[in-house]
Design a protein around this ligand. Structure first.
Ligand code: ATP
Length: 362
């Protein structure tokens, strides 16, 4: 059992006014793959380094498998770490690089070769075992770093942007291999990235961080479909979630949100409150676009049309606001052409423009 419990962790670096990590609570279940996602400087690496024992918190506790490791050095935590820089020894053969940690632990020789070969097999490194690491590509070197970590059979695997030095295609391939690998070795994993696509594709859950705090923790689909704040809706997804300014009004016993001339039915949680400004969140793929006028649809003009492979990404102007819409590639829209937009009502999300937090989901 290697559940990780992070309890009320605070860390402020000397000379800094703001905490790098502020009151963070997080539970990572045994064998779960947790991604820490957030923009540069939000505290992801600091949090990971505290779990590793490379930094110590000012207050709070870290438990790994019910053992309080807060004050223990890294070697006593039963963790292994993979960094962005490959950190493999260039003048050592791949086999010796992978075996390095086991040798340090005085593991018997026969056991070492068996474990090294198994890890090499999992990471498709078998043909390279007798090469020097300096003779490997960046992708292969990062595989060696991962093999060196997993061969230790740690209770916890910590990874800090391990794919970010790889080129785009290699990154894509290695990403799915890493996911398969982690599913096979069944080790509790915490993975740091600022890449939302990587987070969505890899994580069982994603903890989204901002300014040292975790602002939402959920499955990839939860944070994508139901962002807790406007920031998360914008940060996760490409294109970002659309946010339209609207006004909640109660008229003739009915509550609706006016976006320009268009009226959207207000959800019960909003209808129960007073009139006021609202931000309406909707994903580009949840808006149906048509060329013929439709009652109740938003009248728009196609300002920019971008083919993005599987879809067209249309930037539409609605009144004085802009909305991104994804259509099929054969949608016969032309630049400046008129179109009518129908958001899928059950996909609308409602946010408070003052706090930027979600008020309700329909
Ligand atoms: P990135 O994606 O750029 O690595 P991050 O989310 O991992 O960013 P951290 O590296 O954890 O962020 O940094 C969080 C904050 O703490 C930043 O403001 C950073 O400048 C500060 N910080 C990090 N390490 C130190 C240090 N050793 N001394 C002082 N301040 C630090």
């Amino acid at each position: 059992m290697a559940e990780i419990n992070i309890q009320n962790i605070v860390k402020t670096f000397v000379g800094s006014k703001q905490p790098a990590v502020n009151n963070v609570d997080l539970t990572v279940a045994d064998t779960e793959f947790m991604v820490l996602l957030g923009p540069s400087g939000c505290g992801k690496t600091t949090l990971l380094r505290m779990i590793a024992g490379l930094e110590y918190p000012d207050s709070g506790n870290i438990l790994i498998g019910n053992r309080d490791v807060t004050d223990l050095p890294p070697r006593n935590r039963d963790i292994a770490m993979v960094f962005q820089s490959y950190a493999v020894f260039p003048h050592m053969k791949v086999r010796d690089n992978i075996a390095f940690g086991l040798r340090m632990h005085h593991t018997p020789k026969s056991e070492i070769s068996h474990k090294v070969e198994h890890a090499a097999d999992l990471l498709q490194l078998t043909p390279y075992l007798d090469r020097f690491s300096a003779q490997l590509s960046g992708g292969q070197r990062q595989r060696v770093a991962v093999a060196r970590a997993i061969v230790m059979e740690p209770s916890v695997l910590l990874m800090d942007e391990p794919l970010s030095n790889l080129d785009a295609l290699l990154r894509l391939n290695f990403r799915s291999e890493l996911k398969k690998l982690v599913q096979e070795i069944k080790t509790t994993t915490i993975y740091v990235t600022h890449d939302q696509v990587e987070a969505l594709s890899l994580g069982d859950r994603i903890a989204v961080m901002r300014d040292g705090e975790i602002i939402q923790c959920g499955t990839p689909m939860e944070v994508y479909n139901d962002p807790a704040t406007e920031f998360i809706g914008s940060f996760i997804g490409n294109p970002p979630m659309n946010f339209l300014r609207g006004q909640l009004r109660h008229e003739n016993g009915r509550a609706h949100v006016a976006v320009g001339e268009h009226l959207l039915n207000a959800p019960a949680a909003l209808a129960a409150g007073p009139d006021g400004d609202v931000l309406v969140g909707i994903r580009a793929e949840n808006i149906q676009a048509g060329l013929q006028p439709i009652a109740d649809a938003l009248a728009a003009r196609a300002e920019v049309i971008e083919p993005v492979g599987a879809n067209l990404l249309v930037t539409a102007v609605v009144g004085d606001q802009r909305v991104k819409v994804l259509t099929r590639t054969d949608f016969p829209i032309e630049t400046n052409g008129a179109l009518w937009l129908q958001p899928e009502w059950d996909k609308l999300r409602w946010f408070d423009p003052a706090t930027h937090r979600e008020i309700a989901a329909t």
